[in-house]
Design a protein around this ligand. Structure first.
Ligand code: PLP
Length: 222
């Protein structure tokens, strides 16, 4: 049986320079994260606010914590004081609360807009058109404590590789279009796409941040 350290190593060997690995540790205990940490990994992704807060308190302070799941507005306060990147900003209502809590915490919080392109009728995320419209508008000025760093997306969960590639390509196109439009293109630089089963395809289409859980930590027990 391979260890977490070996699996991390195997994945890192497949990542081109410039692609960052978020090790998705949701539902796995702190000991599993500690094992990855001891192997040198520092960036972890969680999908529940209180679980993230507990792990933050228990584990070393130099870990970079990313939030990747649906975030309820009443949970924002638990993570804003320390979170490094929120991948899953799926509404302006959520942004309003992130802004409020970030101001209280005296921080500027890095965020990605979650954009929905998959066939499945997921409940969350901006459409590509809404994302373009929001990023081009003055509405952004209402969020001085939010730094818009890029886009996060997921492809359909299907064996149809052509469809998956097409969806990743759509996200890349959107990312490039928005980036060429915004004044702060220097820091609008993250395209988060790709998970255990499709990350190589995502990288092939231009992803520079992958979120991998199962391949590193094994199957989750909910
Ligand atoms: C759970 C999750 C992942 C990791 O998925 P794996 O298939 O375990 O690699 C990536 N992104 C998001 C948004 C997730 O919720």
């Amino acid at each position: 049986m391979s260890t977490i350290a070996q699996r991390l190593n195997d994945i890192n060997a497949t990542l081109p320079a410039g692609v960052k690995l978020v090790a998705v540790s949701k539902f796995h205990p702190a000991e599993a994260i500690r094992e990855a940490y001891d192997a040198g990994h520092r960036c972890f992704g969680e999908s529940r606010a209180q679980e993230l807060q507990a792990k933050y308190q228990e584990l070393p302070q130099d870990i970079e914590w990313h939030f990747i799941g649906h975030l309820q507005t009443n949970k924002v306060k638990y993570i804003v004081p320390f979170v490094s990147l929120i991948h899953s900003v799926d509404s302006t209502r959520l942004l309003d609360e992130i802004e409020r809590q970030a101001e209280r915490a005296g921080r500027v919080v890095d965020c990605l807009l979650e954009v929905h392109v998959a066939q499945e009728d997921t409940k969350y995320g901006f459409s590509p058109a809404q994302c373009r419209e929001f990023m081009a508008s003055n509405d952004r000025a209402a969020y001085p404590h939010v730094r818009f760093r890029g886009i996060m997306g997921m492809a359909s969960n299907t064996d149809d590789d052509a469809q998956v590639e097409c969806e990743f390509a759509q996200l890349k196109q959107l990312f490039d279009d928005v980036r060429s439009d915004v004044a702060d293109a220097e820091t609008f630089d993250i395209l988060s796409m790709g998970m255990s089963h499709d990350y190589l395809m995502a990288i092939g289409q231009g992803s520079n941040m992958v979120r991998i859980g199962t391949t590193i930590f094994g199957t989750r027990e909910y």
